[in-house]
Design a protein around this ligand. Structure first.
Ligand code: C2E
Ligand code: CA
Ligand code: CA
Length: 599
């Protein structure tokens, strides 16, 4: 529902948007004020801005005060007229005869003021002259004063625009969007509108085009896309250039259906090729859309929400996507986790659990995998499946991995001191291995604890980063040469391929839980698992099945020669003491084909 607003509120919104209430005049305005004083031979001339409870003189000659209370403002009356207000003798006017400027120094008697009317028709102040004597004001003098007021408003708007236009397109920028949105929200509290963020060209392609053609054609392309969008939205919405390749607008449409129709239409219009340096280029079209409630959502919220929609549209490979609250929560939570991680490390919120791995033929435990745990003080236990990918995208792994290694290796020393020579698997991510001294650092950690290298296995997932000639590839080779075992984790979950593995010193293939899950129901999964086990054996790799939960899965894997088994059927991840019990031989034999023996 639209809430009616007063003239004063409207004026305040414009003043806020124009940033005039609290700024100083600057020389350009002072020149106009001097001109007024000179042209009208007046001892006093000024530009006043009328706020909610005070009026400010942002440029003045002959006036002893910089601001007054609104209750004694003569200009507050002038702005309610649409034309120049003239008071020949203030003493004769009951509204002004007690005014401090009249009854006390400088004892002004004459007033002429032309309202300053902003582009949207709202009067925000006045250009005035005053005199200590009673005067008349001719028609042509009124016209002159009103011309000066137009000059002043032009100056204010000009000053306001500098820094508010995106230089490439000449279209108002994000800063201006925020200002206009705030003004709009102030005047239309509670109104629902749609906000849209359009991306016209993807950055990698823009970079490619920039390298091939130089920046100028690229800028031309972006400018033209901006013009195209402006034309498409003419009369419907104002366009803002809010990011290198991104434009935003707010639009008032009756329903989401109409919004989607507009998005589809824009997509058609925007996707037609544009010429850049004689090469026809296809701008792309991706948009994030969000319904906003003016006054409830801040300008920052709006940009954030449409950005969330935009990224959803990239990921879903759809031309546009709506803002989703769920994704928003997910992002906020991710951000919170990233922000809290370092504190969590200091405050011992992280710990490791260890999941045993068993030899398939006799189900004896042979090693354990260290798995990271985090109990967040407010969010409770958070899965590493959630926080590790976030840490990997930030620089947090650099802090977390050394902690994992230190903790796990200390634990290994403690177990070995208790005369259990078990081997330990540690998960490392691409980021961990992509630094040139990954191996050197691990080696010194092992040496400091006098741990043999061959009691450690590193689990890594497959990926582009794993090429033999990459930094990670070189680190892995160095580790393997020293005797560290290397396992490929999550094998079979993505585009697994043995091809590139042959270039790397791999010992073990860990088949992903998703493959094992399907074993009982999906014939293809059976064939796939059999094929992986056989091929791995021929290539000299060991095989491990992870996530084994049922006796049927276990017997299938054993029947087909899988070397090792890990999963809830045999054991969940355990605390160090519980793990020690497993290795002390408590109850591993009864498992065979029988229900789980989890702690
Ligand atoms: P992952 O390396 O594939 O680890 C196996 C995950 O499956 C673990 O989840 C484990 O608790 C779980 N799991 C094992 N057996 C079963 C089973 O029978 N049923 C089910 N439903 N789950 C089973 P977790 O501990 O939540 O770890 C998730 C992922 O987080 C790990 O997947 C790994 O990619 C990552 N991660 C965990 N700890 C670390 C770490 O210390 N460093 C790094 N870089 N990544 C870690
Ligand atoms: Ca793993
Ligand atoms: Ca896995």
């Amino acid at each position: 529902m639209n809430v009616p607003i007063t003239e004063a509120q409207e004026r305040m919104a414009v003043l806020g948007a124009m940033h005039v209430l609290d700024t100083e005049s600057g020389p350009s305005l002072d020149r106009i004020t001097s001109l007024a004083a000179f042209a009208f031979s007046a001892p006093v001339a000024f530009v006043s801005i009328v706020g909610e409870d005070r009026q400010r003189f942002i440029s003045r000659i002959g006036l002893p005060v910089a601001e007054t209370d609104i209750r004694v403002s003569i200009c507050a009356h002038a702005i309610t007229c649409n034309e120049v207000m003239v008071v020949p003798d203030l003493r004769q006017d009951p509204r002004f005869k007690h005014n401090p400027l009249v009854v006390a120094s400088p004892h002004l008697l004459f007033y002429a003021g032309a309202p300053l009317i902003a582009k949207n028709g709202v009067a925000i102040g006045a250009v005035c002259i005053m005199d200590t004597k009673v005067r008349e004001f001719s028609e042509s003098e009124r016209t002159q004063l009103s011309t000066l007021s137009q000059l002043v408003i032009g100056q204010l708007e000009l000053r306001n625009m500098s820094g508010r236009l995106e230089p490439v397109s000449g279209i108002p920028n994000r800063h201006q969007f925020q200002i206009d949105y705030a003004g709009l929200a102030e005047r239309n509290r509670g109104r629902r509108m749609f906000a849209v963020l359009v991306d016209v060209f993807d950055i990698p392609r823009a970079n490619e085009a920039g390298q091939a053609l130089g920046m100028r054609p690229l800028e031309v392309l972006i400018r033209r896309a901006g013009v195209r969008l402006k034309l498409a939205l003419e009369g419907l919405a104002d366009v803002y250039h809010v990011g290198v390749t991104r434009f935003a607008f707010l639009v008032d449409l009756p329903s989401a259906k109409e919004m989607e129709a507009l998005a589809n239409e824009l997509r058609q219009r925007m996707s037609r090729p544009l010429m850049a340096a004689a090469v026809p280029m296809s701008p792309r079209f991706h948009a994030g859309i969000c319904a906003v409630t003016l006054g409830e959502d801040t300008g920052d919220d709006v940009i954030r929400k449409v950005l969330i929609g935009l990224h959803e549209s990239f990921e879903a490979r759809q031309p546009f996507a709506w803002y989703s609250e769920q994704r928003d929560h997910h992002m906020q939570r991710g951000y919170r986790l990233a922000a809290d991680a370092e504190r969590g490390l200091r405050k011992d919120e992280f710990y490791l659990q260890y999941q045993p791995r068993y030899r398939a033929f006799d189900l004896q435990p042979v090693s354990a995998e260290a798995l990271l745990r985090w109990t967040h003080p407010r969010l409770g236990p958070v899965s590493p499946g959630e926080f590790i990918p976030i840490f990997e995208r930030t620089a947090l792994m650099e802090a977390v991995t050394p902690w994992i290694l230190d903790t796990a290796l200390d634990q290994l020393v403690a177990w070995r001191d208790a005369s259990h020579c078990l081997a330990l698997s540690i998960n490392l991510s691409g980021a961990d291995l992509s630094s040139e001294d990954a191996w050197t650092r691990l080696r010194s950690m092992l040496e400091a604890r006098r741990l043999p290298f061959d009691c450690i296995e590193i689990e890594i997932t497959e990926g582009e980063w794993l090429r033999a000639d990459s930094v990670a590839g070189r680190q892995i080779r160095a580790m393997a040469e020293a005797g560290i075992k290397i396992a490929i984790d999550d094998f079979g979950s993505g585009y697994s391929n043995f091809g590139y593995l042959s270039d790397l010193p791999i010992d073990t293939i860990k088949m992903d839980k998703s493959l094992i899950d399907d074993l009982e129901t999906d014939l293809k999964a059976k064939t796939k698992v059999k094929a992986i086990i056989n091929l791995a054996r021929e290539l000299g790799y060991h095989t491990v099945a992870e996530g084994v939960e049922t006796p049927a899965q276990l017997s299938f894997l054993r029947d087909h020669g899988c070397d090792q088994i890990q999963g809830y059927l045999l054991s969940r991840p355990l605390n160090p003491d519980a793990l020690l019990e497993v290795f002390s031989g408590k109850g591993t034999e009864e498992i065979e084909g029988s229900p789980p023996m989890t702690p």
